[in-house]
Ligand binder design. Structure first.
Ligand SMILES: [Zn+2]
Ligand SMILES: [Zn+2]
Length: 283
């Protein structure tokens, strides 16, 4: 079993890189990756923990890209952590994320007000947040205020259909950065309506066209195994990957226990899913 998509507290997860690696060890995963949003800050700790605990680990990240007017996520696997051009681009992006965080809090506040709940203070939250700020921080704050009982309804009620105003990476630029850092690029949760192709590509033909557009820009793979996909979607994207010669990746998108999603090792991703990435990264 493998898991190639998890988040630490260096972005919007709640666990340290070391805790995540310990989780991978306990679940006896044969390949593991942490892919924080727009940062590599947790990867050195993770690499060291993985070495010490003998966990096969891939340094990764998840870049936000602008795609058809909203955001999509590109996973980069096997990146060189010392590659300055990538680190500089991430600094630019991290500033953009703070601006976007304020936009997201505004969106949530509008809906919270309409529900006669209170309001969140974006600046106070930003001060408190240790990692790269994201919507999960806002959903957790809504739960902490007692306005919702659980993470998932807080997220779905107050934070979906967010339309970004600031620019993220262009897909071609993100893919190029990943490649130049020695990595490979895979489109995260492509079937997602909220942050994937599902939002604008409704038919198989439209999905194929969207994937071809990204392949022309250098994209190497797609995340087929994800809790964001139904069984049917997984089969569909598996077929797409075969047809378009894309490698297949998979992961839980774990953000910690409060996220209402299956943990690494609970959502089962077979070892065979790692074959493509192993051969591309020669590991
Ligand atoms: Zn994502
Ligand atoms: Zn993710």
């Amino acid at each position: 079993m493998i898991d190639l998509h998890t988040h630490s507290l260096h972005s919007d997860g709640t666990e340290t890189p070391r805790q995540l690696v310990e989780r991978a060890k306990a679940a006896q995963l044969t390949l593991f990756a942490i892919a924080d949003h727009d940062t590599t800050a947790g990867l050195e700790e993770a690499v060291n923990a993985a070495d010490a605990l003998h966990v096969a680990f891939i340094p990764a990240l998840e870049l936000t890209v602008d795609l058809h007017g909203r955001h999509a996520h590109l996973l980069g696997y096997g990146i060189n952590l010392q590659y300055n051009e990538l680190l500089n681009a991430l600094l630019w992006r991290q500033e953009g994320r703070r601006v976007q965080f304020r936009e997201k809090v505004r969106l949530a506040n509008k809906r919270l007000n309409a529900d006669h709940k209170g309001e969140l203070d974006a600046e106070a939250l930003l001060k408190e947040i240790k990692g790269i700020p994201g919507r999960p921080h806002i959903a957790r704050a809504i739960v902490a205020m007692g306005w919702e009982q659980k993470f998932r309804p807080a997220f779905d009620k107050y934070l979906i259909d967010y339309i970004p105003e600031t620019v993220a990476f262009k897909p071609a630029h993100a893919i190029e950065l990943i490649h130049r850092a020695g990595g490979i690029a895979s489109l995260a949760h492509p079937g997602s309506d909220e942050i994937g192709l599902g939002r604008f590509a409704k038919t198989a033909q439209e999905v194929r066209a969207a994937l071809k557009e990204l392949i022309a820009q250098g994209m190497d793979g797609i995340e087929v195994w994800t809790p964001a996909h139904t069984f049917k979607m997984r089969a569909f994207y598996e077929k797409m990957a075969e047809e378009l010669h894309l490698i297949i990746t998979g992961g839980t998108d774990w953000h910690g226990p409060s996220f209402d999603a299956p943990a690494p090792g609970i959502f089962e991703i077979p070892d065979t899913v790692a074959e493509g990435i192993r051969s591309k990264l020669k590991m």
